[in-house]
Design a protein around this ligand. Structure first.
Ligand code: GLY
Length: 373
């Protein structure tokens, strides 16, 4: 099928299914499904790191269709997150994942000042996680014992745009300076010579010295967790977009090329590129995020290079559409077979960020994307 026709067909399938899903989930913040229906992480689970993606999906649908229902649900998701903004222990480097697709999206789309205020509070907190000795942004919290004070994770690259946005909005360079120092650290310590990325690096929080790397959500130390690899691709191209620093673009291409070289013949993405050959666990969310990164790369590059990344993104997305999308009207999720982490008793299930990035990628192709990052 012609690429243009396929894009229009898949966009129509998304529009058709999402209005039904939105009507069924007006007051929830979904993470995964149970018997095909979304669960709810509002209320007691409000600090869960994925709680901005549902709002983000609603903004993307609103941008593409103008249907006010999506707007209303997005605003409700954003307001529910206020309980998290008031909880210091529930704020961490994931502030970007929570408040970029909700409050910042709202501010960008409507100019709402209250949303801008929420985004700034989240950005201030993220900037406050910067470790001066090591020049990195601390990832997670711990029990107050400092055990994770020096932990940095590759996912953080996707949260830096909250800081770039804060600098662009306030004309105060401090946020961007912190983001760039952190990106430099990640570039130096996470990206291996072959272009693969590790998930977690632990530094001494007092001196900033490198201590060790951890396998994290991937197979193990030295492995190549596919979603982390996708965060690296998309995160570095976004850092390039916001700073114009060529080395970030080079790192984005380097990590993208590693991803592309390791895509199995089936086009279905494993949880880790270095998991044992006998393991068949997949992570469709890694494919959707990588596709977004490749398409963003294609937008900033020219000619042959741009074509290469565009082609690879479309290849991944067509395979997701054909083999890993759930187009059943009565079920809520779009993507099947997402995996949060390799060492877990749960693999290959629906996860909300898989759906979010699938829609974002398709909207990048239709030209209907609301820029979130
Ligand atoms: N913590 C982000 C992820 O699981 O990808």
């Amino acid at each position: 099928m012609e690429e243009k026709q396929w894009i229009e067909d898949v966009a129509e399938k998304i529009r058709h299914k999402m209005i039904l899903v939105a009507c069924r989930n007006r007051h929830n913040i979904p993470y995964s499904t149970l018997n095909g229906r979304f669960d709810d992480c509002s209320g007691e689970k409000i600090t869960w790191w994925t709680n901005g993606f549902w709002g983000g999906m609603m903004w993307q649908m609103y941008q593409a269709t103008g249907n006010e229902l999506y707007h209303e649900i997005a605003v409700e998701n954003e307001k529910m997150l206020d309980a998290n903004l008031m909880m210091a222990g529930g704020l961490n480097h994931d502030n970007g994942f929570k408040w970029l697709p909700t409050s910042v999206a709202n501010y960008r789309k409507t100019g709402n000042e209250e949303s801008c205020n929420r985004g700034m509070l989240a950005a201030d907190n993220l900037a406050g996680r910067f470790n001066l000795a090591g020049a990195f942004i601390r990832a997670w919290n711990d029990a107050g014992d400092g055990k994770k004070a020096g932990w940095v994770i590759i996912d953080s690259m996707m949260n830096l745009p909250l800081l770039y946005w804060a600098s662009e909005t306030t004309h105060d360079p401090r946020y961007r300076q912190i983001a760039e120092r952190h990106a430099d650290k990640v570039q130096e310590y996470f990206i291996r010579p072959d272009g693969s990325a590790c998930h977690i690096v632990e530094f001494d929080p007092e001196t900033g010295a490198f201590m060790k790397s951890h396998g994290g959500q991937g197979y193990g130390e030295g492995s190549a967790w596919t979603r982390g690899q996708a965060w690296a691709v998309y995160g570095f191209v976004l850092s390039y977009l916001h700073t114009n620093r060529k080395s970030y673009l080079e790192t984005a291409k380097h990590t993208a090329d590693y991803f592309i070289e390791n895509i199995p013949e089936s086009g279905l993405i494993p949880v880790d590129f270095r998991q044992p050959g006998t393991c068949t666990w997949e992570d469709s969310s890694a494919a959707a995020i990588a596709a977004c990164g490749f398409l963003q790369l294609a937008q900033v590059l020219k000619d042959k290079e741009a074509l290469k990344y565009h082609r690879e993104a479309v290849r991944l997305l067509k395979i997701l559409d054909k083999k890993r999308c759930n187009w059943k009207e009565e079920e809520d999720n779009l993507l099947e077979k997402c995996t949060a982490k390799y060492h877990s008793d749960r693999h290959e299930f629906a996860i909300i960020y898989g759906d979010y990035y699938f829609i974002e990628a398709i909207w990048k192709l239709t030209g209907q994307e609301l820029f979130i990052w």
